[in-house]
Design a protein around this ligand. Structure first.
Ligand code: GGG
Length: 357
């Protein structure tokens, strides 16, 4: 039996994760697998219950599981906490670091029936399939950060963007390895005209690129990349970049597929993978049963594919999502004229029906 740690977190986290777990149960039933779900507290919910956002008990549960299904953490209730206790830094980033999850895969795909829901013209995004590979345990989010009082009464604030050679090399190798399984193109995104870390990143990219003569490498400044994503996204295959750049660019790219609610992710690199929708907690939607659970459901499919080596089962989930969208069911974030509005539970149920067919 495969043990999966389930950490729903805050805001809409519990609602969308409930649907992902139901979908996993349905797939298990269809393919004759039994998954054991071990539920844990994380983020603001954990802070409220225990005084810390990532309790030891939760960590232990993660280390004793084969994979982690994660919802989302954070919200206005915890905004005033010091950074190290905030759900984002104190739980999610800490968990990624402790598990060695340096590679965050965020696939941006346009499902055929969602081409009209894209922010770009359907003919520009039809068939779009790109992968943002975000470095996840270094860079600006993990460098030294502090405030200091200045004699003039003001404050100096510091965040540092740090990388070491092995950290850059391993994420670039991952990008090239992934590109080999796709269309053989890597775009390394940096700000090498301004940042020393980016200048070095580019040097390392060139060196690693020589190990992969069959993969085409090009470099792009992050500002240009942001523009190219909304102008000509079809040029990208694997887009690899620093932690914060990847966080921003992947959210931007997600709307090409119709909604941030469609963007799944897999965080890999250690023994145990973590799978989470790229979106946050959407506090304004929490408890309303209207959030889109598809990113969480597609993250569960990635969990099956990468951690449990159940590719057929993952394909089955992805096909069920495609079918339900083709049938015209839409959550509010994807709603267009002529489609049928459904809530979080209902879209989960429609997907489960398709899995059972
Ligand atoms: N499921 C994603 C989530 O909880 N996001 C909250 C957030 O702000 N995360 C920061 C990050 O992904 O680095």
């Amino acid at each position: 039996m495969s043990k999966i740690a389930v950490l729903p977190g805050d805001g809409i986290g519990p609602e969308i994760i409930d649907q992902a777990v139901r979908v996993l149960e349905a797939v298990g039933q269809r393919f004759g697998h039994k998954y054991e779900f071990a539920w844990g507290l994380v983020g603001g919910a954990a802070y409220d219950a225990t005084g810390v956002p990532l309790p030891e008990e939760t960590l232990e549960l993660c280390f004793n599981s084969e994979a982690i299904l994660f919802g989302a953490v954070g919200g206005p209730k915890w905004d005033g906490l010091p950074l190290h206790l905030r759900p984002e830094l104190g739980a999610l980033l800490a968990l990624r670091k402790k598990l060695g999850l340096y590679a965050n895969l965020r696939p941006v795909k346009v499902f055929p029936s969602l081409a009209n829901a894209s922010t770009l013209k359907p003919e520009v995004v039809a068939g779009l399939d790109l992968l943002v590979l975000r470095e996840l345990t270094g860079g600006l989010y993990f460098g030294k950060k502090y405030r200091e009082a200045l004699p003039d009464g003001g404050t100096r604030v510091v965040d540092t963007l740090e990388y070491t050679t092995p950290e850059i090399e391993r994420i670039l190798r991952k990008a090239f390895d992934l590109a080999r399984l796709r269309r053989g193109r890597v775009t390394s995104v940096d700000k090498a005209n301004v940042l020393e870390s980016s200048r070095y990143w580019r040097e390392v990219a060139v060196a690693i690129g020589r190990e992969y003569p069959d993969v085409e490498l090009n470099h792009m400044y992050v500002d240009n990349c942001a523009m190219q994503l909304v102008k000509n996204p079809g040029q990208f295959d694997v887009l690899v970049t620093e932690n914060m750049f990847g966080d921003i660019l992947s959210d931007q790219a997600s709307v090409l597929g119709g909604s941030l609610g469609m963007l799944a992710s897999a965080s890999l690199g250690g023994k145990i993978g973590l799978y989470e929708p790229a979106h946050g907690t959407a506090p304004e939607l929490a408890g309303l049963n209207c959030a889109n659970p598809i990113a969480a459901i597609l993250s569960a499919a990635m969990l099956l594919r990468f951690s449990l080596e159940q590719g057929r089962e993952a394909d089955c989930i992805e096909q069920a999502v495609t079918d339900v969208l083709d049938m015209g069911y839409r959550t509010a974030d994807l709603m267009e004229k002529g489609k049928q509005l459904v809530n979080t539970d209902e879209i989960g149920s429609r997907i489960i029906e398709q899995i059972g067919r």
